[in-house]
Design a protein around this ligand. Structure first.
Ligand code: NAI
Length: 386
């Protein structure tokens, strides 16, 4: 028998996760305290599935079957038949703790309780449970039905059986699973920070404008989007909040320092595409600024950002956040990087990456640019990642 899946929160993420589970053949119980959100989720699912029918990706009968698998409800009691509940409500520990405490009273002893949190520790969410070995992080990416990556995060309390069951279950949903330690930002939101932070720093130093930095990363790195275009898509409010939370969670490590440039945009409500203005102006009639296309500067920008990204990926290996393969897979499947950063490091040459970082550290005298000890060790021992 297919497991019954509960999803708490019918917002952006919860609605998407419910769709993924229903498309994988599970009975789904989608709970939200707000009826309007439930109605919105139901209407948006119908529209998405209709598009899939139009494109002949699914049949009309399948659409009906998927829709019929989802039950919309208001109360935690409705989770009683569930084998797994994935929580996707507001990113607030006090609210999540209250909900997990009550939820446990209404589900079976075996029911696994998961959170889709991006920034809170899974250990802190599970701390309120009577049976904390059933807590686990299952971190989807937005939009959940389209993004292949799922980070699975066992907390210190999580049992090996629960971890194993969840990895197998999420794989059966045709997702690429990476397992990572319960550390701030997990893999993607930690390793990706320099893509934004170093680009902002380069801008703040007056080395190049937004359009030129974006051009450099696309032209020389093969990234689908430059950092400023991407931040405008994500929303400067959201992206700034993640940066600030990772910075705080790492005890204010200067590698993760947020930027005033982005903070001011957030304060001015220049969120990006959704507000019509961010780093760029999206209002009707406005045209996008053109990059300088100076190859020498472009190359320097790319070399600097990619070296910082690689240093972060190396740190994730050094701190045993995840395996080398999982760190590379996470960045290609979670944020569409053209290559895994550790494979990229091998390609550039670890010695070259180390030299660039040492150079930056020498020039700036900042801890932000310190090369990771593992990188130094690997260069000394003439090793590669693959
Ligand atoms: P959202 O604001 O779109 O949806 C949250 C939903 O939870 C709303 O429908 C709200 O009515 C409901 N809700 C709030 N408190 C509730 C309660 N006590 N009981 C029942 N329902 C309640 O939020 P979003 O963006 O879907 O995020 C949800 C979670 O997923 C957060 O923890 C967030 O950090 C995480 N996340 C978000 C991503 C994103 O790109 N938006 C990506 C990955 C994770």
């Amino acid at each position: 028998m297919k497991k019954t899946i509960g999803v708490l929160g019918a917002g952006t993420m919860g609605a998407g996760i419910a769709q993924v589970a229903a498309q994988s053949g599970h009975a789904v119980i989608l709970v939200d305290s707000n009826n309007q959100q439930l109605e919105k989720a139901q209407a948006s699912l119908a529209a998405i599935l209709s598009k899939l029918v139009e494109k002949e990706k699914i049949s009309a009968a399948e659409k009906v079957a998927i829709e019929n698998r989802i039950q919309y409800a208001n109360n935690l009691e409705d989770f009683a038949p569930c084998d797994l509940v994935i929580e996707a409500i507001v990113e607030d520990l006090a609210v999540k703790n209250a909900v997990f405490h009550s939820m446990e009273l209404h589900v079976s002893k075996q029911c696994i309780l998961a959170s889709n949190t991006s920034s809170l520790s899974i250990a802190s969410i599970g701390s309120v449970l009577e049976n904390p070995d059933r807590i686990i992080g299952i971190h989807f990416f937005n939009p959940a039905p389209l993004m292949p990556l799922v980070e699975v995060i066992p907390a210190v309390q999580t049992s090996a059986v629960v971890l194993n069951d969840i990895v197998n279950l999420i794989r059966s949903w045709n997702k690429t699973v990476v397992v990572c330690k319960d550390t701030p930002g997990f893999i993607v939101n930690r390793v990706a920070r320099p893509f934004y932070g170093e680009a902002l720093r380069i801008y703040e130093e007056g080395i190049a404008d937004f359009a030129t930095i974006d051009w450099a990363m696309v032209q020389f790195g093969g990234f689908k989007m430059g950092p400023f275009t991407l931040m405008d898509y994500i929303g400067n409010d959201v992206n700034y909040a993640v940066t600030e939370s990772v910075f705080q969670a790492f005890y204010f490590d200067p590698r993760f320092k947020p930027s005033f440039t982005q903070k001011r945009l957030k304060e001015a409500a220049y969120y990006g595409r959704k507000s019509g203005r961010g780093f760029y102006d999206y209002s009707a009639g406005s045209s996008m600024p053109q990059p300088t296309m100076d190859e020498k500067i472009g190359r320097q920008i790319f070399d600097r950002v990619i070296s910082m990204l690689i240093n972060e990926a190396v740190d994730a290996v050094f701190m045993q956040v995840a395996s080398i393969q999982d760190i590379d897979v996470a960045m290609t499947k979670g944020v569409n990087y053209p290559k895994g950063l550790l494979a990229w490091a091998d390609e550039i040459g670890l010695e070259e990456v180390l030299l660039r970082l040492e150079d930056l550290q020498l020039i700036y005298g900042e801890d932000r640019y310190r090369p990771n000890p593992l990188l130094r060790k690997m260069v000394r021992e003439n090793q590669t990642f693959y």
